[in-house]
Design a protein around this ligand. Structure first.
Ligand code: HEC
Length: 277
């Protein structure tokens, strides 16, 4: 085949399809059902699941917005994951967050796997308004999970309802099996064992321990990590991560999220997991 012709043909096709952005959209969602992986193109999902618009009054990144995308329950049904108790939402930036599928059964709650912000032209290059974190401009492609509720008493800001962006993959997931390698050794004290539960709920989505977890932050069991170098009180202070001490950090201010005893326990867990020096 003549390569140049191929490229010209593609440009023409893209021009012709200008009014049908879905067909020119090359984004794919990877689905891992435990046995194997499959990729779904946006156009295929539009045909099978249909595009829905959802008004999100308090989006944590963009404020009041209307997004277009796939209703999450219908999408999971289509890809064969609606029956999974838990899923792992994997993102290009290293974020890897567990999600309980039973949450979708609350009738007042709406979850949309968004493909674009409807305030931008459907046939344009950009799918989302610009979002800045410190000096960085963060891209939200390929997918962004957003939430809305018809019941004002439902808190859409809890950790149970994740808002991952750059979402690339959804995997069937078993929390206990996934985090098994990061379990504290039998010799660890009670605090460290309790800290492991806090760790899997709040930390493992961004950090690796014994090779499992996310990649937003550094692995917490590497040689010379802060967890092995800092005295207990300072490590606890670090994990508290007060906003005023770490204004640019992607790590949340756990001083507002964890209780004092949870902080002690997660620190005991980190210390129990450090490689011997
Ligand atoms: C949203 C992602 C995110 C979450 C959740 C998170 N962290 Fe972090 N963490 C980071 C990043 C990024 C860094 C690197 C420093 C920075 O950017 O502030 C970091 C750094 C650290 C460090 C220092 C590592 C080193 O040796 O340099 C420790 C210790 C730590 N985190 C512990 C925790 C604990 C414990 C939790 C759960 C209670 C947690 N983190 C949750 C993103 C996260």
């Amino acid at each position: 085949m003549n390569c140049n012709l191929g490229i010209r043909g593609l440009a023409l096709l893209t021009a012709l399809l200008g009014a049908e952005p879905s067909l020119a959209d090359d984004r794919v969602l990877r689905i891992h059902d435990g046995a194997g992986a499959r990729e779904y193109a946006v156009a295929e999902l539009i045909d099978a699941v249909g595009l829905t618009e959802l008004r999100v009054a308090k989006d944590p990144h963009f404020g009041d917005r209307v997004f277009a995308g796939f209703e999450l329950g219908a999408l999971l049904e289509h890809v064969g994951l609606r029956d999974a108790p838990e899923l792992l939402l994997v993102c290009a930036d290293g974020y890897s967050i567990p999600f309980e599928v039973s949450l979708l059964s609350q009738p007042a709650l709406q979850a949309l796997l968004a493909v674009r912000d409807t305030a931008l032209p459907a046939d344009g290059e950009a799918h989302w308004a610009e979002f800045r974190h410190g000096n960085e401009i963060i891209a939200f492609d390929p997918f962004y999970l957003v939430w809305a509720s018809t019941d004002a008493s439902i808190d859409l800001g809890t950790e149970a309802l994740p808002w991952p962006f750059q979402l690339t993959e959804i995997r069937r997931f078993d929390r206990a099996r996934y985090f098994a390698p990061a379990r504290p050794p039998p010799s660890a004290g009670e605090d460290a064992r309790a800290g492991f539960a806090t760790y899997t709920a709040h930390c493992g989505k961004c950090h690796r321990m014994r090779g499992v977890g996310g990649d937003v932050g550094p692995a917490l069991d590497r040689q010379n990590s802060l967890s092995s170098l800092l005295p207990t009180a300072q490590l606890r202070d670090y994990v508290r991560h007060e906003e005023r001490s770490f204004p640019q950090s992607k790590m949340p201010p756990f001083s507002k999220i964890l209780s004092p005893s949870q902080l002690d326990q997660v620190v005991a867990y980190l210390q129990a997991m450090q490689p011997a020096r």
